[in-house]
Design a protein around this ligand. Structure first.
Ligand code: ADP
Ligand code: MG
Ligand code: MG
Length: 199
């Protein structure tokens, strides 16, 4: 069973890895964006870590909802509302149980990913975070390590795609040949899940 502490570890592991990878995320956002993805998420997840310490939510759902709410209020770019919606919806789907199963987490995360697709209008193949999140959720039934591998492959697979959503889509064919920054950060989020699980 996964308790509030597991979800706290997921969020703090994400904050730490976004911190380590911020420069790379911003570098990926340079050729096909506005070079702020790393700093956007660094600001957001630092605020998430602080909020979790201060408010100490004690259920899985409350931890994840607080993280989502914090991202929405601290990240101005497209990724703030999108990741915020992902986590808020996932957290709501977890309900108010003190512990949840891995299966319930997979179901909740699927609801979260669907909410991101509804909000942003992106489908798989549009060269966004969705290209990482959908295969990761599909693989989650096989465990956290399988989800991490699927997420990493999904992020790499955005390179040959032409962007159809977000800032990168303004470049048309010139977006081809660059890995999507949001798909890359989404792989960090999923890798942090495996880390929190000790995998
Ligand atoms: P901004 O583009 O506002 O500067 P960021 O640089 O923080 O925001 O985030 C850019 C990332 O957000 C992209 O790499 C992409 O993965 C993701 N993104 C942008 N628009 C959408 C969308 N409509 N649906 C899903 N993801 C999106
Ligand atoms: Mg940007
Ligand atoms: Mg921006």
């Amino acid at each position: 069973m996964l308790d509030a502490d597991f979800f706290r570890r997921w969020m703090t592991a994400t904050a730490a890895s976004v911190d380590r990878e911020a420069e790379r995320l911003t570098a990926l956002d340079s050729p096909i964006g506005d070079a702020d993805h790393g700093s956007n998420l660094q600001r957001g997840f630092t605020a998430v870590a602080t909020a979790l310490e201060k408010e100490a939510p004690d259920t899985p759902g409350a931890v994840v909802v607080l993280a989502g709410r914090t991202l929405i209020s601290t990240v101005g770019g497209a990724s703030g509302p999108l990741y915020g919606t992902l986590l808020r919806r996932t957290g709501k789907a977890l309900g108010d149980a003190g512990e949840v199963t891995a299966e319930q987490l997979a179901e909740a995360l699927r609801a979260g990913v669907e909410a991101v697709m509804t909000l942003g209008g992106a489908a798989p193949g549009d060269k966004t975070m969705i290209d990482t999140l959908v295969p990761a959720v599909d693989a989650l039934g096989n465990g956290f390590a399988a989800a991490r591998t699927a997420a990493e492959q999904g992020a790499l697979a955005t390179t040959p795609l032409q962007a159809r959503k977000g800032r990168a889509s303004y470049l048309g064919e010139r977006s081809i040949g660059h890995q999507d920054p949001g798909a890359t950060s989404a792989a960090l989020l999923i890798a942090a899940l495996a880390e929190a699980a000790g995998e």
